[in-house]
Ligand binder design. Structure first.
Ligand SMILES: [Zn+2]
Length: 239
């Protein structure tokens, strides 16, 4: 269970995920160096460190697991999701056995492709200790504030919501095709129809590696692909 579940979540979001081959959810990038991209702030020097200098994700989870309530977070131990936006990767990372041993839960947290993000960046004196690290999806990692004031970070994470973010992307895509959220029901009906799904699978869909690395998954349909196809189908193909 993600911490941020919204009532009446969109079928459009759910269907978009169904069309993605779950196995395409790639593991975390294996790049051993992380560069702090401070090109806009010349006073901060670019720092390099090895990913291996960071504690394992299970150590970070172990540190935080009984402290989430202190920062008003609810994290389900058995369904790992982003600690900021609540993005849930894939049921294959879930623990289904309610009596699972603690060591199995820890193993699960090591596998999930969340990233280890500093609360206070290294460049501002933050440490690599678990108390300065947070597990988040790529998109949140890129969007999170980088300051030496942890409260700014905590306030930011408390307002992130994967479904709302996706809905915003859908709204923007609809507007690109001269439609609005008012057309959602119509579009969702198209997307749920068997005819549309047969039509898109006739080689009309492309998985795209997001250039800005902002997507929560490595390979996925861009929102404009999905919305664009549905709108095109609705206008030109549907009888
Ligand atoms: Zn996230």
């Amino acid at each position: 269970m993600a911490k941020t579940k919204v009532e009446g979540e969109s079928n459009l979001i759910l269907n978009r995920d169904v069309l993605i081959d779950n196995d395409l959810c790639l593991s975390e990038a294996k790049n051993s160096l992380v560069l702090f991209r401070n090109q806009y702030i010349s006073v901060n020097k670019v720092m390099k460190y090895k990913q291996s200098d960071l504690p394992a994700k299970s150590e970070i989870f172990s540190y935080w697991h009984d402290k989430f309530h202190e920062i008003n977070l609810f994290i389900d131990w058995g369904e790992p999701s982003c600690w900021a936006c609540g993005f849930h990767y894939n049921a294959k990372y879930d623990i289904n056995n309610v009596d699972a041993a603690w060591e199995n839960i820890l193993k699960l947290w090591d596998k999930i492709p969340l990233q280890r993000c500093h609360i206070v960046p290294r460049s501002l004196g933050g440490t690599n200790n678990p108390n300065n690290l947070f597990l988040m999806c790529k998109e949140c990692h890129d969007l999170a504030p980088n300051t030496n004031i942890p409260d700014i970070f905590y306030e930011w994470i408390s307002t992130q919501n994967h479904l709302k973010r996706e809905m915003k992307k859908i709204q923007e895509s609809l507007e690109s095709f001269n439609l609005s959220l008012n057309n959602m029901i119509e579009i969702e009906q198209v997307i749920k129809s068997e005819d549309f799904n047969t039509w898109v699978k006739e080689g009309r869909i492309g998985l795209h590696f997001p250039q800005n690395r902002y997507a929560s998954r490595s390979w996925r349909l861009t929102t404009s692909t999905y919305v664009g196809l549905a709108v095109y189908y609705m206008r030109n193909i549907k009888q």
